[in-house]
Design a binder for this molecule. Structure first.
Ligand SMILES: Nc1nc2c(c(=O)[nH]1)N[C@H]1C(S)=C(S)[C@@H](COP(=O)(O)O)O[C@H]1N2
Ligand SMILES: [Mo]
Length: 523
């Protein structure tokens, strides 16, 4: 009897069958995606769905634990869970067919559903998951049918010497197992070669000729302090932090890109890429910060943006006086809700940017167009891969993060950071230099103070700020340090007189507070 024969199979054989079938399925799914629907790879869509469905605490924990590697951690986690489930499905299929195959089918179904929920999914979105499911089910059936005992039970009388299978049966099983796994791996390799061989959007970005800036950004004398290890005044693009919900960076072809301004407006405005580039552009330097930044964290950067004012575009559309929010939408469905007065204020350089530090926006930073608003955290203002501005009201729609426990409004908080001495650096007593950056975008920083070993607060040297919209470097030279371990603390004073609070609060719901401190040994 089949069941009895298979119960004698060592458990790991059907588990391996499950793993091999999963490899074949995953490889087939990724390869199909690479060929017909690059945005709908089964891994990516499930990962993306998990990102969008995850409760706030899970996301906060992911960013805290893995920082900007959170996406790699997620994909690794999915792969591990998938392999465990596949092994279990293999074991199940050997004992209770067809339930192992049913598990594979359910996994594929989950992938297909996840694929259809993406804002940027095409008509073929479910095809990669469907192919993965079919291949997985088929491969599992084929390999499990070749489990040594199973075939022994079917084709010949039971081996009188015991339960061990005969050599040819085992070899045939191993051949199927290895062959299936190898085919899966090859398909996966092919898929990744195809994906990386597709440099279409890189080429499109390289071909962009940025519009001329009517006004160039400048750095005033005295804005840069010469301290080894201090954050550079302008953050190079390659070092600029990246935070977004996009597992796969959206690839937007400027030729098909449009910007639509609609909602509570007198007239809808629709612009093509060429029409957009014909608008007036200027450079402005603005420091962008993430609400998830912990005290002392690095989710902040300063760049020169080449942009066109949002207020002029809004004026063209004629926003209703009842509107109090602009919902900006990304091609991948992400949305941010920005108070309309921050966008219409002639005194605030809220822009739609095409350039970052002299280059077209890098793909990960929103190519071809993103919004940048001085003084507001990224999650309520800095929409990347921007396609739409909807003039609306806070009491009518919720933006992406507002539905996930973050505050509706997100003004940047007065804050400061110690860059130097770096962690583990050991300054010598004759020259202890402390240095870092402080920011209070759109209000400005008037002073930075340093506290050493719980002593009095002492005023640090403050560099010239580029503007109130950018961070400012500070430096303090400690001339009478004694050898041994010391602790330094920093706080900023805003141009509005506010003193940075020492009260420790976590990033949620509207940004961390507390003072950065650094322990260091003086030699
Ligand atoms: N499309 C899109 N735009 C987005 C986000 C996103 O998840 N999707 N995240 C926002 C958040 S939370 C921040 S802090 C900034 C980060 O911009 P950067 O990655 O260029 O530093 O982008 C904002 N724009
Ligand atoms: Mo953010």
């Amino acid at each position: 009897m089949r069941g009895t024969a298979q119960r004698s199979t060592p458990w790991w054989r059907p588990a391996l069958a499950g793993l091999a079938a999963a490899l074949a399925a995953a490889g087939a799914g990724q390869l199909t995606a690479a060929l017909v629907a690059p945005e709908s790879g089964p891994f990516e869509v499930v990962g993306q769905a998990l990102i969008d469905l995850a409760p706030k605490w899970a996301k906060d924990a992911a960013i805290t634990l893995f920082g900007t590697s959170d996406k790699l951690a997620l994909l690794t986690g999915i792969a591990i869970v998938l392999l465990l489930v596949a092994a279990a499905a293999g074991a199940l299929e050997a004992r209770r067919p067809p339930w192992g195959r049913v598990v594979f089918g359910v996994l594929a179904f989950v992938g297909a559903v996840a694929a259809t929920t993406r804002a940027d999914s095409g008509p073929l979105a479910i095809v990669p998951s469907a192919v993965a499911g079919l291949v997985g089910v088929f491969a599992l059936q084929l390999i499990v049918a070749r489990l040594p005992e199973a075939s022994a039970a079917r084709s010949s009388p039971p081996d009188p010497s015991g339960t061990e299978s005969t050599g040819p049966d085992r070899r045939r099983f191993l051949a199927w197992l290895g062959g299936t796994a190898a085919v899966g791996l090859l398909a996966a390799l092919g898929a990744s070669a195809l994906q990386s061989g597709r440099h279409a959007v890189d080429a499109l970005r390289a071909a962009v000729v940025l519009p001329r800036a009517a006004a160039r950004a400048t750095v005033p004398p005295g804005a840069e302090l010469k301290v080894d290890g201090i954050s550079p005044l302008l953050t190079p693009n390659a070092d600029f932090y990246r935070i977004d919900t996009a597992l796969r960076v959206p690839e937007v072809d400027p030729a098909t890109w449009t910007l639509r301004i609609h909602g509570m407006v007198d007239q809808e405005v629709m612009l093509t890429w060429d029409e957009f580039l014909a608008l007036p552009f200027s450079e402005s330097t603005t420091t962008l910060a993430c609400v998830s930044n912990e005290v002392g964290g690095n989710l902040i950067g300063n760049a020169v943006w080449l942009g066109t004012p949002v207020r002029d575009l809004l004026k063209r559309a004629g926003p209703s006086s009842d509107a109090d929010m602009v919902l900006s939408r990304s091609i991948d469905g992400f949305t941010a809700g920005t108070p309309i007065e921050a966008l219409t204020d002639p005194g605030r350089e809220a822009v739609l940017a095409v350039g970052m530090n002299g280059e077209p926006l890098p793909l990960a930073h929103g190519f071809p167009v993103r919004m940048v608003v001085p003084g507001l955290f990224g999650y309520v203002s800095a929409t990347k891969w921007l396609t739409e501005l909807e003039v609306t009201r806070f009491d009518r729609v919720h933006a992406y993060w507002t539905d996930r426990g973050w505050s509706e409004r997100g003004p940047v908080k007065l804050s400061s950071r110690i860059d130097v001495p770096r962690q583990g650096q050991q300054p010598s007593a004759d020259r202890v230099v402390l240095a870092g950056v402080a920011w209070y975008q759109h209000v400005g920083v008037q002073a930075v103070e340093v506290q050493l070993d719980d002593g009095p607060w002492r005023e640090a040297e403050l560099a010239t700020a580029i503007s109130a919209d950018t961070w400012v470097q500070w430096r303090y030279e400690w001339t009478d340090a004694s050898p041994g371990t010391h602790t330094a603390r920093v706080r900023a004073v805003g141009s509005d007189g506010q003193v940075q609070t020492a009260e420790r609060r976590p990033p949620a719901p509207d940004g961390s507070t507390g003072l950065d401190e650094r322990a260091f040994d003086v030699a």
